[in-house]
Design a protein around this ligand. Structure first.
Ligand code: PLP
Length: 455
């Protein structure tokens, strides 16, 4: 066996794994405008029925429809790589493996849920999807998935990323979608923000407001909203990553990993690779599971566990999550997909219950790690994925210093071939770090003070 471990087509999972069924401390419910737990019909304006059921499900295993399996089978199961060249460059005693999600049509893990979401929307008779995107990975993934099912698609792309990554927009257009910079003049939410700040660089929280507003505004029900992260059903769809990795590690002659690492924006690639292993940790296995975020947008490491809105215009339910406050405006760093004020409620619950131990890393360390990875393993990682790599390097170096030989598994969530402007700015010495002062966090969390408190 070489350094890549493959699975055959029929080893591709037939069911998704739902962590909500096993979380020892359970989950708090999302709250509606009346302060009461959201009922399924309150979500019907934006999501089709089957996704709402998945969102609220407590079932441990949920069948993957055969049509979805077939479409995901165009690039899955994804390979697991042993990072021998990176190990050699570090001179580490750790054995490092990574799950390569960069091989999907859009270049990341995001199509794993985009295909499932487009499938359920099509089945429910929906004609058009609206969505937000940060770095453009999600927008291009949903554009691709919409094209598979003949759905129209409109993407609100965070303006700072829209300007940094013009080719992402072209990908979306090639798959037949429309992409506009957010904040836009299309929506009330966008116009209000632009009236206050005409040069606003945008944020995921603003782009979500715009996309939800358009879906809710179509009274025919023909337009629905699609989210690329954060929600339970998105975490669920991504678990194919970890389910495959579990089988692949056994084929590689390893048992369970000692350390699992993935970057977190809204939490989906982290959930995908880690949740199937979290089930083993809940059952007693020893494992460190590390979600890694930017120090400039540190919802898990410096935010508070509160009820907060998922968007700036307060259109989503109140979610129980680690947050920096829905009005938080993250610095315009290059990992656009990690510029989100909140975090998946499932990931947040796992952190609160001690299953996951979050870490924050600095932008310059991430690019340095990304460059080392490219020069050793060959793949140029997405700036988001470099956060995982930077943490893996720290863990591998620490293991060597302490004479340990851990198995480290990490998620390579995507390639950075359309993010080269970030690398160019790094090489030109134009990038910096943006540690967030505690006072700024306290100020931005102020907007959650009026919401129901969590004990
Ligand atoms: C390549 C890549 N990795 C990670 C993320 C972060 O999202 P999530 O936390 O949902 O995986 C993004 C988001 O756009 C992304 O494009």
């Amino acid at each position: 066996m070489g350094d890549r471990i493959f699975l055959s087509d029929d080893e591709f999972p037939r069911q998704w794994y739902n962590l909500a069924a096993d979380l020892p401390g359970g989950m708090l419910p999302p709250l509606g405008p009346d302060g009461q737990p959201v009922k399924p019909d309150q979500l019907a304006a934006i999501f089709p029925q089957e996704l709402i059921e998945q969102e609220m499900s407590q079932e441990r295993w949920i069948d993957i429809p055969e049509e979805v399996r077939t479409l995901l089978g165009r690039w899955r199961p994804s390979p697991l790589h042993r990072a021998r060249s990176l190990e050699a460059a570090l001179g580490t005693s750790a054995r490092i493996y990574y799950k390569n999600e960069s091989l999907s049509p859009a270049g990341s893990h995001k199509p794993n849920t985009a295909v499932a979401q487009a499938f359920y929307n099509k089945k429910a008779g929906v004609k058009k999807l609206t969505t937000e995107t940060g770095a453009g990975q999600w927008g291009s993934s949903i554009a691709y998935a919409a094209s598979l099912f003949g759905l129209a698609c409109k993407v609100y792309m965070v303006k700072s990323s829209y300007e940094q990554k013009p080719y992402r927009k072209m990908m979306m257009e090639t798959w037949g979608a429309t992409c506009v910079p957010s904040p836009s003049r299309d929506t009330k939410a966008g116009r209000e923000i632009l009236a206050k700040d005409p040069s606003c660089p945008g944020s995921l929280g603003i782009a979500i407001s715009e996309a939800v507003e358009v879906a809710v505004g179509d009274s025919s029900g023909g337009t629905k909203y699609s989210l690329g992260s954060v929600l339970n059903h998105v975490m669920l769809h991504q678990t194919v990553i970890g389910l495959e990795a579990k089988k692949q590690l056994v084929l590689a002659g390893e048992g369970l990993p000692d350390i699992i690492v993935a970057c977190v924006g809204g939490g989906s690639n982290f959930a995908g690779i880690s949740f199937p292993f979290a089930a083993d940790k809940i059952a007693g296995a020893q494992m460190e599971i590390l979600p890694v975020e930017p120090e400039s947008c540190p919802s898990l490491t410096k935010g508070s566990f509160v009820y907060d809105f998922g968007d700036i215009a307060r259109m989503t339910p109140l979610l129980p999550m680690y947050s920096l406050g829905h009005s938080f405006m993250p610095p315009t760093m290059h990992a656009g997909g990690l510029r989100y004020h909140g975090m998946s409620p499932l990931v947040s619950a796992g952190v609160r219950q001690g299953l996951f131990s979050p870490r924050a890393v600095a932008q310059l360390d991430c690019f340095e790690a990304g460059v080392l990875f490219a020069r050793t393993e060959g793949i140029i990682p997405a700036p988001e994925s470099t956060h995982a790599i930077a943490q893996v390097i720290k863990e591998a170096n620490r293991a060597s210093e302490e004479g340990r030989e851990p198995v480290i598994l990490f998620g390579l969530s995507g390639h950075g071939l359309l993010d080269l402007q970030g690398y160019a700015s790094y090489f030109a010495g134009e990038l910096g770090n943006f540690p967030l002062p505690d006072e700024a966090i306290a100020l931005s969390l102020g907007c959650t003070a009026e919401f129901p408190k969590i004990a």
